[in-house]
Design a protein around this ligand. Structure first.
Ligand code: XMP
Length: 515
């Protein structure tokens, strides 16, 4: 994306690097998150117009504390340090950082200097979110304090001459309500970047690059009905039209009527030819008697690849495969020097293994985008609102929401339950406010009473969460009346269910899906 000014966020192991990147993108500026030790030479080669140093869990004096390339300070590119990033500035430019005895954590009022470009247009006092132990005790030569709180005299510092600024608080989080403005000031006023990163521009550049890569060759896309794969298909179709072939594999674990709906929506919307493959029988056979969640995921993943391979062969030689990989996935897997390490909590099912095994060349036209950017892009490409606003749905589908054995009968129960939950949540106006809302079928039966009859039937859990990126999530405080309606409808309309419970656990320590 050479035509857009590039801002780089150097990641020092912050929880919030991704949030910083989102704020920058929301300001219509293109940015990438790179490892903290990216060399100054590389940043220069990429013609970086602004650098943001993220926060991080360390103290600058820790033995293994991550430090940037010392040449960074001589690049003559505007720098904004956030929290740990600001302490790095102080330390590197001959100020002092004091080890804190106590962590300052939570909301604080900061008095700022609105005559400074970084705070231009803001009131003299704003709310901000603090989370630090250390603080800057002596300013580096040439720097002034441009903000202070009750506990932190140097809560924001800057040198307009050097174009280097630091804030002790986190402007990227929602608890700093005017934080976005601070980031915007840094980008527009200090880095002098123009907001050119728009979906219109993106479509143009992506189509050009797809045409160049593909020439006259064919490309295959596996659709799932979600916003990512549909947007990929629409984008590729816009770029190369009939060279695109789409495939939709129904493994039998979709929601009620979903496979049919997706088929209709896509062919109507784009007149793209979609090969629909009903492979449910095969998947059910594979899962026969399997109750271990990881085994389920692996079996489904492998079978998916098998079906895909067989079907793709029937279509003749197609050299390229389009995939809906998003920027968060790219960062997760591609920042080798990331200071924090992530464990595999669950094996995620996607078509990642396909290109290598089958000799496909991979095309990932969304790999620079966040989910909200994909939604905007999809909208601009004319994708139906119903798909754009669809909540994420896991690759293995309802199979990982049926605890215990997956049988067609149990899938049918959950489909009905899920349909009621989604319908009621939509009717109450909550669907778009939630990251996900769904039902889980538990492997237990409990005693109930209906009319004068004793019942001994299934229990289902309702799961509804809010989240920005699925890395963390909170259970949704849905109104009791809505929960009551959902519960009443389920026990009245699903003859095999007599109990409904509401999941009130957050992630972490729980996960969003139950398996
Ligand atoms: P967890 O359960 O790990 O889920 O908190 C985080 C998010 O990822 C989705 N998810 C998946 N998505 N294939 C997918 O494409 C999968 O195998 C898969 N497993 C979980 C989940 O729905 C949530 O949004």
């Amino acid at each position: 994306m050479a035509e857009h000014s590039l801002v780089v966020i150097l990641d020092f192991g912050a929880q919030y690097s991704m949030l910083i990147a989102r704020r920058v993108r929301e300001a219509n500026v293109y940015c990438e998150i790179l490892p903290y030790n990216t060399t100054a030479k590389e940043l220069k080669r990429r013609n970086v117009k602004g650098i943001i140093l993220s926060g991080g869990p360390n103290s600058v004096y820790d033995k293994n504390a991550p430090h940037p390339d010392p040449q960074l300070w001589n690049l003559n590119v505007p720098i904004l340090g956030i929290c740990y990033g600001m302490q790095l500035i102080a330390e590197a430019l001959k100020g002092k950082v004091k080890k804190g005895k106590k962590r300052e954590y939570g909301k604080a009022e900061i008095r700022i200097d609105p005559s400074n470009a970084l705070f231009s247009g803001l009131p003299q006092s704003i709310s901000c979110w603090m989370s630090h132990g250390d603080s800057v005790s002596k300013l580096p030569p040439g720097f002034i304090a441009i903000g202070h709180t009750k506990n932190t005299p140097n809560a924001a510092i800057g040198s307009s001459k050097k174009n280097i600024f630091g804030v002790q608080f986190h402007p990227e989080v929602v608890h700093t309500p005017l934080g976005s403005e601070i980031i915007v000031n840094f980008l527009y006023k200090i880095c002098a970047i123009k907001p050119t990163w728009t979906t219109e521009h993106y479509i143009e550049t992506a189509c050009r690059s797809l045409k160049e890569t593909l020439g006259k060759q064919k490309i295959l896309c596996a659709l799932s009905g979600g916003v990512d794969s549909t947007t990929v298909a629409a984008l590729v179709h816009k770029a190369v039209g009939k060279q695109l072939t789409c495939m939709f594999i129904d493994q039998g674990f979709m929601r009620k009527n979903e496979a049919k709906k997706i088929k209709e929506l896509i062919s109507k919307n784009f007149r793209i030819k979609v090969f629909y493959i009903d492979a449910s029988q095969r998947f059910y056979e594979k899962l026969n008697g399997v109750i271990d969640p990881e085994q389920k995921r692996k079996l489904i993943g492998t079978e998916f690849i098998r079906v895909f391979e067989e079907e793709a062969k029937k279509l003749g030689k197609i050299p390229f495969l389009a995939q809906g990989t998003l920027y968060p996935d790219v960062i997760e897997s591609a920042v080798p020097s990331k200071v924090t390490t992530a464990h595999t909590i669950k094996t995620h099912h996607n078509v990642g293994g396909l290109p290598e095994k089958m000799g496909f060349k991979l095309v990932e036209p969304l790999r620079l985008l966040f989910k909200d950017e994909v939604r905007l892009l999809g909208k601009d490409l004319g994708i139906a609102e119903e798909i754009i606003t669809r909540q994420p749905f896991p690759g293995p589908g309802l199979a990982i929401r049926i605890i215990g054995e997956v049988t067609p009968e149990r899938v049918k129960i959950l489909q009905e339950v899920d349909d009621i939950i989604v319908t009621e949540i939509k009717n109450a106006g909550y669907y778009k406010k939630l990251w996900q809302s769904f039902g889980v079928l538990l492997p237990i039966r409990t005693v109930g009473v209906m009319g004068d009859q004793r019942t001994y039937l299934n229990t289902v859990a309702v799961r509804a969460v809010t989240s920005v990126d699925a890395m963390t999530a909170d259970w949704a405080r849905l109104p009791y009346e809505l929960l009551e309606k959902i519960s009443n409808r389920i026990v009245n309309e699903c003859p095999l269910v007599n109990r409904v419970v509401y999941d009130i656990s957050s992630k972490p320590p729980s996960t969003i899906e139950w398996e």
